[in-house]
Design a protein around this ligand. Sequence first.
Ligand code: PGA
Length: 275
Amino acid sequence: MTKRKTIIAGNWKMFKTRKEATELASAVAAGIKGEKDLPEVVLIPPFTSIEAAIESVRGSSIAVGAQNMDWRDDGAFTGEVSPLMLLDLGVKYVLIGHSERRQFFGETNQTVNQRLKAALAHKLIPIVCVGETLDERESGLTDSVVRRQVAAALAEIEPAALDIIIVAYEPVWAIGTGKVCEADEADRVLGQIRATIADLYKEGGHSARAEQVPLLYGGSVKPANIEEQMAKPEIDGALVGGASLKAEEFLPLVKAAQKRVQGTAKTTKDSLSKV
Ligand code: PGA
């Protein structure tokens, strides 16, 4: 059984007004009330609903994250939100380099690295997202793309930061498409990511720290496929989009991750025979 943290994070993307956020966050908090051995549950609303979500989960173990942030503390950067502003709200986590940011908003490996440095400097827990496009997968480039993204994100990052950083593997072709990456394949790519991290830090003798980094899978995670993923050694949790928007779909994901925390996650065969 792994000693790494198990995490279920819900990325709400550009959904949920304050009222809707209050309803959803309250329903998630009510759904896990009194439960033991929970994974770390992180709700990641759009900026405008962060405060409402934080109010709604107060007194529970649920943490709230942001979907992006600028790397500077303040300045003339119209439309941006700084790490200080997130901390001021009580935000604990921040997504960095989500593929939709890379695809639609000019995020690059270099700006991912800048954001990661800023998150660490401000003690926000970063969830760094990597993943290949369909074209890259079909050209056999999955591993090299993902390795490159991880190496670029971690450039000049101190080994001690590996005790804080979380990495999410989200193949772009699996996000919002209903096409989930097979659990074996997600597990394999996450293994590559862990090996990449170990390799990057071997010089100072810090490879072992790679073992501590929680690795998440994201891309069409649903109640129907989570159990299989939670049974894999390298999959420490999930970054969930669509299925995080309804408490009745999100709570079963938390319950499946709870089994991993308890060390009773079913093997693939067991969980399939239950369906
Ligand atoms: P999805 O999104 O679960 O809707 O595929 C995952 C994500 O983008 O984080």
